[in-house]
Write a protein that binds this ligand. Structure first.
Ligand code: FAD
Ligand code: FES
Length: 255
């Protein structure tokens, strides 16, 4: 784990309030693995302010990219950083996704949950299909970046403006049925709102295949000391920042 003073290389709007923040962060970038996160000291907040956790959207050479949305005080301050500014980044943190998958990898994301799935799609060998859902077309993030990776994508929106009309579980269930009928192995990987995580975990358990679930829990220290981020598992309380954020589906206890 490293605390690196990174330099802002690009800060780019991508619509719907989301932005890419590209940081020159050679040390953290070289260690980063898909599903891990960084804990960012946001410039402009007082020194005693808590850091904010963000998934790694991409780590490429020296460059570490985050995908984030302004939702409160910390992300509002982060929104103000400019090219050339320094941002302190602690990382890379947590237990990410596995580095290999047997059969087709089905990556299911919602909202900013798509961020770690982009990095995973880039690094994971073999066939991958990305499933992304939202209320409307503009909620589907980074579609161009997945296309640039050459990864298959299936979209669903509540209003039908992009892909199938309905929840993302519609195209997901169709693909699961197809793979099961063809006796082809597959694994599930997900990050997003809790409802989606549980839906994907349930499907992995029902199909008897590995499911890798990235939990989003409020964090304070990010390094295992405060127990703010506990998730109930079959092994008791687990810290999302150390034992997670990615957990095997069969270990999670939903409340
Ligand atoms: C492992 C992990 C990875 C994350 N990755 C990303 C990412 O890639 N992109 C991104 O935009 N955000 C990500 N988040 C959420 C991000 O950390 C929060 O949005 C951020 O800390 C909010 O800070 P704030 O001061 O702006 O908002 P606050 O003022 O602290 O909160 C504003 C609102 O956001 C809600 N909020 C705060 N933290 C979270 C959270 N963890 N999950 C859901 N809602 C929250 C609060 O309940 C409140 O309603 C991640 C969180 C975790 C735990
Ligand atoms: S955030 Fe402190 S233990 Fe996880």
């Amino acid at each position: 784990m490293l605390n690196e003073k990174a330099t802002v290389a690009r800060h780019e709007d991508i619509g719907s309030g989301y932005r890419y923040l590209a940081l020159s962060s050679p040390l953290v970038s070289s260690q980063a693995r898909p599903g891990q996160f960084v804990h960012v000291k946001v410039p402009g907040l007082e020194d005693s302010a808590l850091r904010r956790p963000f998934s790694i959207f991409d780590a490429d050479g020296d460059m570490l990219t985050l995908l984030y949305k302004k939702v409160g005080r910390g992300t509002a301050a982060l929104n103000l950083v400019k090219e050339g500014d320094t941002v302190e980044v602690l990382g890379s943190l947590g237990r990410g996704f596995p580095a290999a998958c047997s059969g087709t990898a089905l990556l299911v994301g919602g909202g900013y949950g798509i961020a770690p799935l982009h990095f995973l799609a880039k690094r994971l060998p073999g066939r991958k299909i990305v499933f992304a859902g939202g209320r409307t077309e503009s909620d589907i993030l980074a579609a161009d970046r997945f296309a640039a990776l050459g990864v298959e994508t299936r979209f669903a929106t509540n209003d039908g403006s992009l892909g199938e009309k309905g929840f993302v579980t519609l195209p997901l269930d169709a693909e699961i049925e197809r793979l099961k009928a063809a006796h082809e192995p597959f694994e599930l990987f997900t990050c997003g709102p809790d409802g989606l995580l549980k839906a994907v975990a349930d499907r992995a358990l029902a199909a008897g295949v590995p499911g890798w679930i990235s939990m989003d829990r409020h964090m304070i220290c990010g390094v295992g000391a405060c127990y703010a981020c506990v998730q109930k598992t079959v092994r008791g309380n687990s810290r999302c920042c150390i034992e997670g954020p990615v957990f095997p589906a069969e270990e999670l206890v939903w409340e």
